[in-house]
Ligand binder design. Structure first.
Ligand SMILES: N[C@@H](CCC(=O)N[C@@H](CS)C(=O)NCC(=O)O)C(=O)O
Length: 202
């Protein structure tokens, strides 16, 4: 199996953390979807990473589908609960965390355009999503050890990946001061080998 990805994508980081947690062998093929010679559209018509290339030649995307597949491939250690209520809760956390990553990536791209082309209104709209998302996650996490049922799961992996991306691209956000519950979770997650091995690199 191969994972086609950049080393900065928060979506790919979720997948890489799951691979590490489950100890699944997978070659990482670095491909930046913005570069002129990218091969990503050959594997994903949407031109986005991550893409999983399976040994039978088939491809899987996006990160949520890949993570589900990895959970089926190797159910232990379990990162997606079987209990339906908990599963839906984990998926909701994942959607919220991925939404923050999405808004952050959108701002990053907007800021790469020439200043004449950039829309501050558009950037502010994305910043509002990030701020509201962080507030909601911080409130929901509260004093709980982990996002769902006090147990480490895909929810924590998605949240940790989104927070790591904010640290990487938006260090000026200083979210830790405003969202102490998330700061505490991020500190706990950073101790895990899977998180330490997948910190985004430029
Ligand atoms: N929902 C997708 C999002 C993937 C995504 O947006 N990836 C970005 C990198 S962080 C990308 O490849 N963008 C290239 C493009 O939009 O053309 C997932 O979870 O995999």
């Amino acid at each position: 199996m191969k994972l086609v990805t950049s080393l900065t994508s928060p979506f790919a980081r979720k997948v890489r953390i799951v691979l590490a947690e489950k100890n699944i062998a997978c070659e990482i093929v670095v491909d930046i979807p913005w570069s002129a010679d990218t091969t990503v559209p050959q594997f994903n018509p949407l031109g986005k990473v991550p893409v999983l290339l399976r040994d039978d030649g088939s491809t899987l995307f996006d990160s949520r589908v890949i993570v589900e597949y990895l959970e089926q491939l190797k159910p232990w250690p379990m990162i997606i609960p079987v209990d339906e209520a908990q599963l839906i809760a984990v998926k909701r956390w994942e959607a919220l965390a991925d939404g923050i990553s999405d808004a952050a990536a959108t701002i990053f791209l907007e800021r790469k355009r020439s200043s004449a082309q950039q829309s501050q209104e558009w950037i502010d709209r994305q910043l509002d999503k990030i701020e509201r998302g962080l507030q909601a996650m911080n409130d929901d996490l509260g004093l709980h050890a982990y996002c769902v049922n006090g147990t480490y799961s895909l929810a924590d992996i998605a949240v940790g990946s989104a927070l790591g991306y904010l640290d990487f691209r938006f260090s000026d956000l200083q979210w830790r001061e405003r969202f102490p519950a998330l700061a505490r979770l991020a500190e706990v997650l950073a101790q895990r080998a899977s998180f330490a091995a997948t910190v985004p690199v430029a």
